[in-house]
Write a protein that binds this ligand. Sequence first.
Ligand code: AMP
Ligand code: MG
Length: 345
Amino acid sequence: MRKLRAAVVMLLCVCIALPLAGCGQEKFEKQIYAMNTTMTLTAYGKNAETGLSGAVSLINSLDAMLDPENEGSMVNDMNNANGEGTVVNNHVVTMLKTAQTVYTQSGGALNPAIYPVVKAWGFVDCNYRIPSDDELTELLQNIDFSKVKITSFTETGSYLVTMPAGMQISFGAVAKGYTASQVIATLRAAGVTSAIISLGGNVQTLGAKPDGSNWAVAIQDPNDTGSYIGILTVGETAVVTSGGYNRYFDGEDGVRYEHIIDPDTGKPVNNGLKSVTVVCDDGTMADALSTALYVMGEKAALNYYSTYGGFEMILVTDDGRVVITNGLYEAFESYGSSYSYEYAS
Ligand code: AMP
Ligand code: MG
């Protein structure tokens, strides 16, 4: 009997010394700053530590590759190609293709070629200013993203991208979503079966929580970023939020100018929405859609949802409503009393 008790005590000690190894799944967490935002990566189990190291290297290399201001980066090369072709990799092609789809389907609401306008407002270097109407008109001359062409060479497995001379793009509206999906793929390849990552407003999950239950993702209150409007309970998916509240400046004219630009006017979007959250299995698509639907506004966003589907969404309006698509009826639980909640199909 005493021997048995000693064995049990030994076993307990081993479990405490090696937290949860063999008794559950150990939690590993990494926090890094990349792509102008704080990223938190949480993974569970014996492969988590190796998986997370790989994920951090991947994030840093994507950050360097995609930054248009980083001389010699792939996007910088594309922007300086002067109408010639640029050889690009799979990462760039995947983002371009998703952006092209959403550009077309949203009637140009998502447009990576709006970059020079984003820059003119100071959202790239934080030297905020209000560009003149003439300056905006000039910058809007060269934003026809449908002119960006991808040529694929199957023999070599390479791609060439050609853009009109002078056009400048950035993947600011899709890069975090794409990176999140690549981080999840890296963790999966390393043998991780349970993880949740948050890259700024982009959350993506792998598998279920270590105990087999679903993940809980809080949806930020755009009027009070320390609070939330509700909780989403999800399995393996991406949850991405766009909103003007994430980056803005207050002009000397007393007007608040936000970082998401309406490509029709070159001015910050001001159409009755505070935020758009998209739930979609494809992280890149979730990111592209959240930006596009934010630009489009409530009515057009709901039309887009019923026309194309393949995702669910939560809209927070200026007039205090939270509009949730029916597919989230079971998954969403409201929080607080600042908003009225309604469902839409
Ligand atoms: P997100 O936070 O994913 O909605 O992306 C917003 C970022 O995308 C902004 O900070 C800009 O860098 C860029 N951006 C702003 N307006 C647009 C637009 N209409 N289409 C594509 N990218 C945009
Ligand atoms: Mg986006």
